[in-house]
Design a protein around this ligand. Structure first.
Ligand code: MLT
Length: 218
């Protein structure tokens, strides 16, 4: 068990177990461009004090800044790399669950920006890998040929009405894709831009603490 950064399982990461870690929810913390495995630890602790925290660092560098997949330009994603990195992240979750002994069926993604985008990609390509997701400022990462069944998945989205990177129409398209296939989506709009603000963190915290996934008893 480790609390500090380790370089195993294919992705540099931190894992912070809780007591009763094998039954607990595990938050998969996914940072934004230029972040690392330390960025979202305090957010994770605030969202779910009783959860295990698994926090990988993106494996791709853009001018030295870690990301979870390559992009060709702002908002234009390298689809081949996205597919590869999404599968890599999925395998990392499985491998980490074996290594650390947490329940791989109780993983909740918490992502910001680029991290939210790879979480959305995981929901759309391997829906069984996550039971719930908290996505701050996500975009449509890709449009699958056939949408997966997201019945019983609950998703919180935080979005800024004045986000210069994610147009409101793109957020709405993502929400509608999720809803079409049965996900229960809660969207929290605020007046701000792309930065993660305290108000949306508090809204996510309230939402998550009222959901059954915040403790291990489900
Ligand atoms: C970012 O800066 O991370 C972008 O807005 C989102 C992305 O490229 O995935």
């Amino acid at each position: 068990m480790t609390n500090s950064t380790v370089e195993t399982l294919g992705l540099v990461h931190r894992y912070i177990p809780t007591e009763q870690s094998e039954n607990a929810t595990t938050l998969l913390l996914l940072h934004g461009t230029g972040g690392d495995e330390n960025d979202l630890i305090s957010l994770g602790k605030a969202l779910a004090p009783e959860a295990n925290l698994l926090s990988p660092r993106g494996n791709v560098l853009e001018r030295g800044l870690p990301r979870f997949f390559l992009r060709l330009a702002e908002g234009v994603f390298d689809q081949q790399d996205l597919k590869y990195r999404t599968a890599e992240l999925s395998q990392f979750i499985v491998d980490a669950s074996v290594r650390y002994g947490f329940n791989s069926e109780r993983v909740v993604a918490v992502g910001y920006s680029n991290g939210a985008n790879i979480a959305a990609s995981l929901l759309l390509s391997e829906p069984d890998r996550l039971i719930c997701a908290i996505l701050f400022h996500p975009m449509v990462p890709f449009v699958p040929d056939a949408l997966p069944n997201l019945n019983s998945r609950t998703i919180f989205i935080g979005a800024g009405e004045n986000d210069p990177i994610v147009p409101v129409s793109n957020t709405k398209e993502l929400v509608s894709m999720f809803q079409q296939v049965g996900a229960q989506v809660t969207i929290h709009w605020h007046r701000g831009g792309h930065a993660l603000i305290q108000k949306e963190v508090e809204a996510a915290q309230k939402w998550f603490q009222m959901s059954k996934f915040s403790s291990g008893s489900y």
